[in-house]
Design a protein around this ligand. Structure first.
Ligand SMILES: NC(=O)c1ccc[n+]([C@@H]2O[C@H](COP(=O)([O-])OP(=O)(O)OC[C@H]3O[C@@H](n4cnc5c(N)ncnc54)[C@H](O)[C@@H]3O)[C@@H](O)[C@H]2O)c1
Length: 325
């Protein structure tokens, strides 16, 4: 029998997944974390494990038999496990297809087998490619510029098709970049790491004018659960971002300031993009989620400062994540 308060969280030991688990614990759910620990850490689950309501299974989402067994009795699947590296697609053209498309398909097959009812999926603003409408609404019809974005959009499409066939309800979030406690990859991570190695100079990918929105994890988690409570329909797609955005050079200045570094020389690799597939401007229209009462409470500057401070106070994460790269 399915328990309406029982969830499986793929990628639950990751940066965002572990915060989802914390919130589910707060809400009294029973949770199975399903994670291969490729980029995640059981340490992130320390506080949640103390509840006695969290089970961790170290396994891969591509293993259908193991996933189906782990999902038995589960009503809601939070599917976060993915290759979350947005930059590598040009060099490894298969990983996003395997992890993000076939991985999502395998999750859906397991859900179908056990009769799980709803899926929460973490998609990305990357699916919009390089849009010409800002802020970009959910209805924008995009052309793809990266394999990662293409794989997330394909994942969304499979989820919706399974909704049509098997009645699986879905809530698909298109995220801007998340920052905050337990953050373990992305621009602030790169900058802190580089500045610890060489406090005199910082290499910035692109021309430094790329503008992006960033959302603090505290706000992001609030947004996810607000949407779950209010708008989980058969198929829903929701942008989750911030009204603000920030040029990457400003972000670099804040990280330097937080690290107490003055007169750091910025060296730009040049070009309007950080890498092929990078979008020079990410600013999502969050009118839909604002309509149900969502307002980010942490400014981007506050979020960047908190993230840099967290990394400086948790050098185990910098070391262990770097060792895995
Ligand atoms: N962090 C962001 O800014 C951001 C933005 C948009 C979308 N997303 C999406 O949100 C989700 C979570 O991202 P994150 O930043 O927490 O990344 P993360 O790397 O910290 O978390 C991913 C987790 O999935 C696990 N995992 C990866 N492949 C797996 C597999 N094959 N089987 C089982 N577990 C596996 C990893 O061990 C890790 O714990 C991802 O789907 C990512 O694409 C993140």
């Amino acid at each position: 029998m399915k328990n309406p308060m029982r969830a499986l969280v793929t990628g639950g030991a990751g940066f965002i997944g572990s915060h989802v688990v914390d919130e589910l614990v707060r809400r009294g759910w029973e949770i199975t974390v399903y994670d291969n620990l490729s980029t995640g850490f059981v340490k992130h689950l320390g506080p949640a494990l103390q509840s006695g309501r969290v089970t961790v299974i170290q396994a891969d989402i591509l293993d259908l038999a193991s996933l189906t067994k782990a999902m038995t009795g589960v009503s809601t699947v939070f599917h976060l496990a993915a290759n979350a590296d947005v930059r590598g697609g040009r060099h490894n053209t298969r990983i996003d297809l395997e992890q993000n498309v076939i991985g999502t398909h395998t999750v859906l097959e397991a859900m179908r087998a056990v009769g799980a009812e709803q899926i929460i999926f973490t998609s990305s603003a990357t699916v919009y490619g390089e849009p010409d409408v800002f802020p970009t609404p959910e209805s924008y019809a995009p052309l793809q510029t990266s394999v990662y974005g293409a794989s997330k959009l394909a994942g969304e499409a499979f989820i919706q098709a399974y909704g049509e066939y098997f009645g699986i309800r879905s809530l698909i979030f298109r995220f801007v970049s998340w920052i905050g406690e337990r953050y373990s990859h992305g621009v602030i991570f790169d900058f802190v790491q580089k500045l610890l190695r060489n406090p005199a100079e910082l290499e910035i990918l692109g021309d430094g004018n790329q503008r992006k929105s960033y959302l603090h994890v505290e706000d992001g988690i609030r947004g996810i659960f607000l949407a779950i409570d209010r708008i989980l329909e058969l198929k829903s797609v929701i942008n989750l971002g911030h009204e603000e955005y920030m040029p990457v050079t400003d972000l670099a200045r804040i990280v330097c300031d937080e690290m107490g570094l003055r007169d750091v020389r910025f060296r730009f690799t040049g070009g309007v993009r950080g890498w092929l597939g990078d979008s020079p401007f990410v600013h999502l229209d969050i009118g839909k989620i604002r309509g149900i009462g969502f307002r980010p409470s942490v400014t981007i500057e506050q979020g960047v400062r908190r993230t840099a401070r967290y990394l400086l106070n948790n050098d185990w994460l910098l070391k262990e994540r770097t060792a895995r790269q």
